[in-house]
Design a protein around this ligand. Structure first.
Ligand code: ADP
Length: 305
């Protein structure tokens, strides 16, 4: 397989996942079953690409604690290149409390831990792993100063940039926005960025136009069970999600984004790349967990036959 180099930047978390019959209401106590999963938006995306057979680099910051070492090991076992990853003494790894109801819906609370200790200087050092002609993928869980530095480096390094703006936070510079090639929000993130409620493909079109006004060359909005909407200055299209039996929607957007990046790295035509991302995300929601629910290249190939 002849692919372009791929590098992800973002967060890694220990997911403490409780399966509950239904999500609790305020003040309510429920019984549930606990499983520990490796998670974090950056890590999930890198693993999604690795499961498709790519060998992505990943930059993240982990604490020198049990969780940090376990998370690092699981990334490497999944096929993610860990040379750029930092284990930091005296710091606590990020964690997330995830509750998943029987209908597949979820609620998540995140303690970012050491994910928030990433500095622009660390990003500069990690950027040595960005090869020529690379695709770089970032999300918004790292400090904004670090993201601004990463995006600034695009001018020198000449990479293609995919940006999942989650969780949405203010402070990204106009120049950073203008350096984005593909911004890939879900409906909530698109609303937070544009003020337009994305209910369907029609309203997604309006939000995509506003996203392009922020500076990115293209907007690719995911709409959960509906599918995805793409727009750049020359073309737009929507593709429907694959109908599947939903078990757990955790990391669906990460599966989509990691697979979209992997597909561009394999030089698939744009529509094909979006279609494969929809397939990977559909398979992801049929399984429990975050990284553990990313499908293999073989499973995706069979699904798309
Ligand atoms: P996020 O996980 O970031 O909230 P979405 O909910 O928009 O993102 O889901 C991302 C993608 O995952 C969708 O575009 C779709 O391809 C897939 N997906 C999510 N929910 C379903 C579902 N119920 N059935 C099929 N595919 C789904």
């Amino acid at each position: 397989m002849n692919t372009r180099p791929l590098m992800f930047f973002g967060t890694t978390n220990l997911d403490l996942c409780f399966n509950v019959e239904r999500l609790p209401t305020p003040g309510e106590s429920l019984m549930g079953g606990l499983t520990r999963y490796p998670g974090g938006k950056g890590a999930n995306q890198a693993v999604a690409a690795a499961r498709l057979g790519l060998k992505p680099h990943f930059y993240t910051r982990l604490g020198d604690d049990d969780a940090g070492h376990w998370l690092l090991q699981s990334l490497m076992q999944a096929g993610v290149r860990a040379d750029a990853i930092q284990i930091s003494a005296g710091e606590v790894s990020g964690s997330a409390l995830v509750m998943v109801g029987d209908d597949g819906s979820n609620m998540i609370v995140i303690d970012p831990g050491t994910n928030l200790n990433v500095t622009p200087e660390m990003i500069e050092r990690a950027a040595e792993f960005i090869a020529r002609d690379a695709i770089v993928v970032a999300e918004m869980g790292m400090p904004i100063s670090a993201l601004n530095r990463l995006f600034e480096m695009k001018a020198d390094k000449g990479f293609e940039l995919i940006f999942k703006p989650a969780p949405v936070r203010p402070g990204l510079s106009p120049a950073a926005w203008a350096s984005v090639d593909f911004v890939t929000p879900n409906q909530t993130e698109a609303f937070e960025l544009t003020g337009i409620e994305v209910l369907d493909f029609h309203t997604a079109a309006g939000a995509a136009l506003k996203l392009l006004d922020l500076g990115p060359a293209a907007a690719l909005i995911t709409l959960g069970a509906q599918g995805a909407y793409y727009a750049d200055k020359k073309q737009s299209f929507s593709l429907r999600a694959f109908p599947v039996k939903v078990v757990d929607t955790t990391a669906a957007g990460d599966a989509f984004n990691g697979a979209f990046a992997a597909s561009l790295a394999e030089s698939l035509p744009l529509r094909e790349a979006v279609r494969r991302a929809l397939a990977v995300a559909a398979l992801c929601v049929t399984r429990r967990g975050a990284q553990s629910s990313m499908p293999s290249r073989e499973a995706v190939g069979e699904f798309l036959q």
